[in-house]
Design a protein around this ligand. Structure first.
Ligand SMILES: Nc1ncnc2c1ncn2[C@@H]1O[C@H](COP(=O)(O)OP(=O)(O)OP(=O)(O)O)[C@@H](O)[C@H]1O
Ligand SMILES: [Mg+2]
Length: 298
């Protein structure tokens, strides 16, 4: 992608229910609230939760005299053909046409399904920023990797992590900007301090070895669930024409989403370094070199 292409933010995790669609919607609306031109793509046509969230917002907007900011949204459907090869080429074409429709956006937010599908793989390959939300539990952590002190490498990457590594390697091999991978702790509870500390410690270890940035995501809050039927988020809090009894806790939630977006360190269009396709090995960054190699021994 050129330096003028949209910055692509992908929400991915093969673990279902980790908060991908909720986080995708909130990031998209936060960027719109910041005056950015935002597109969104739903690669989970089975559940289509992001699409439903946006449709709900469109319905709410239709009854208002003032507009509600909406991302330009495309739902990419799966192919019905039996041949895997043909399905791949059809789905790649569907995704390509969605990207074409949104090519003039500054940011594209892509939601992926909680399973390994062709579209999910294609989506991961597009990520300038990949966000993997995790519930704050050891079970969810296992989907990223396992600390195994009996193994000299110290960490056993999961199948998902291996797949992310593979996508990053492919990007590096084409001279593209490496994917910035963030693991985001979602549904943080203020109550479970001991569990929180332990999960934090393990994530910190994994992050060094698997090369992701660990960031705090959203707290466990009812507001992240209750505004879905209206398609609203805390960024609509200034509006008194929506029939919502806004509370002070919504302000805290809005700040939390803003902090999350800040921690993504997104590079607006035009400020990214141009990278040559097939950059010669001598000019590649250390990181790209490492990504081009096998999974790192620890
Ligand atoms: N921070 C949060 N606080 C409270 N509820 C949340 C939070 N984040 C997500 N949820 C709720 O958790 C459930 C799963 O969230 P979501 O659908 O966003 O996950 P997902 O990863 O997209 O799931 P899937 O893999 O099935 O697509 C939903 O009921 C959602 O409303
Ligand atoms: Mg989802």
């Amino acid at each position: 992608m050129s330096k003028n292409s949209p910055h692509v933010i992908v929400l991915g995790n093969e673990k279902g229910g980790s908060g991908k669609s909720t986080t995708a919607m909130h990031i998209a609306i936060a960027l719109l609230d910041d005056g950015k031109e935002v597109g969104s793509i739903d690669l989970d046509s089975r559940q289509a939760s992001l699409t439903r969230y946006i449709e709900n917002r469109r319905t709410t907007a239709a009854g208002l005299s003032r507009p509600l900011p909406l991302p330009r949204h495309v739902l990419v459907t799966r192919s019905n053909v039996d041949s895997k090869l043909q399905a791949m080429s059809e789905e790649a074409a569907h995704l390509g046409s969605a990207l074409g429709e949104l090519a003039d956006c500054e940011f594209i937010v892509i939601d992926t399904p909680g399973s390994d599908t062709i579209l999910s793989r294609l989506g991961h390959g597009l990520a300038d920023t990949l966000i993997t939300p995790l519930n704050d539990s050891f079970l969810d952590l296992d989907v990223i990797g396992r600390i195994d002190d009996s193994d000299e490498r110290g960490v056993r990457p999961s199948i998902y992590t291996e797949a992310v590594w593979e996508r990053r390697k492919q990007r590096a091999a084409c001279g593209q900007v490496p994917t910035d991978w963030l693991v985001l702790r979602n549904r943080l509870s203020p109550l479970d301090a001991r569990n929180k500390r332990e999960v934090e410690r393990l994530i910190d270890r994994l992050s060094k070895q698997l090369e992701f940035r660990a960031v705090s995501g959203l707290s466990e809050r009812v507001v992240y669930r209750e505004l879905f039927p209206l398609g609203l988020t805390m960024f609509d809090i200034e509006r008194d024409d929506l029939g919502v009894a806004w509370k002070s806790s919504h302000l805290a939630a809005r700040q939390e989403v803003r902090d999350l977006v800040r921690s993504l360190k997104l590079r607006p269009r035009g400020t990214r370094k141009k990278t040559a396709v097939s950059a010669p090995a001598a000019t590649r960054s250390d990181r790209q070199e490492r990504l081009a190699g096998p999974f790192p021994a620890i």
